[in-house]
Write a protein that binds this ligand. Sequence first.
Ligand code: HXC
Length: 274
Amino acid sequence: MAQQNVVRKEAASVAFENVILDQPETGIYLLTINRPKVLNALNWDTVEDIERAVQSVSTDPGARVLLVTGAGDRAFVAGADITAMANYTPMQAKDYSLMALHAFRNLEDLPIPTVALVNGYCLGGGCELAMSCDWILASDKAVFGQPEVNLGVTPGFGGSQRLLRMVGKAMALELLTTGRQVKADEALRIGLVNHVIPAAELMEKAMEQARLIASKGPVAVRLTKEVAQRGQDMDLFNACVLEGEVFGLTFSTDDQKEGMRAFVEKRPARFTGK
Ligand code: HXC
């Protein structure tokens, strides 16, 4: 077993076949989908590995950020594994879709920010995986699309719904019904990605962003994500009430006392996550 296939430091050691879960710096996890010969296509086992890796990160109270990327320089993920699913029965296809639905939901619900680093093809199930992260950083080589109509199927890992919510109904339906692929600059323009970064700098820029998040009050970061995540499915007023309750909760933490004391004393805060 390769050393890099083992989760190091705070998290328990877990080995995976098709993904690598690493911790390049304390609190910063990097999940790499690792099937480069097939452009990191997602077969059943890979989706299960993603779910187990996410579960492993979720049990580490020291986790601050999860970065998700694809191995090699050609693809983030080129979709669900077409060869593997070509002969599925309808029930197998449904089970595959629902299994991934739960795995991607767990990724979405991870109580820390998650960022997809898209370094090439990001198609079908790959685009759906990226959209299950909190935001996407694209390299200038990234290509996005939901090409399922070319295969005679619909999206099955949530693409018809998440794309709609990210770029609006008109653009989503155009992309979903034509299968048209968009390059990084267009993905930025339609709001699918937050930033476009030269390919060679993608990892370092992502690490800079991850370090910035890791330097903030850990409880506040987690609670901010939780409020945003829960609130988006609520009406605005009740979502804001939830925010107010969580804001009150932060006043029970050492981090709130330290953060505000540090401001008054004109020094950087030393957060402990308590
Ligand atoms: C299985 C895949 C794959 C995929 C690429 N490969 N994508 N295998 N599933 N999704 C394999 C190829 O067969 C090939 O294997 C190797 O990866 C390299 O790919 P090439 O096609 O030779 O590369 P290139 O010519 O550069 O074209 C890249 C590409 C093309 C444009 C990304 O591979 C492509 O169109 N792939 C399929 C994209 C797609 O339709 N994705 C959506 C899938 S459906 P060999 O052995 O020949 O070297 C989906 C639905 C999700 O995601 C919901 C399910 C429930």
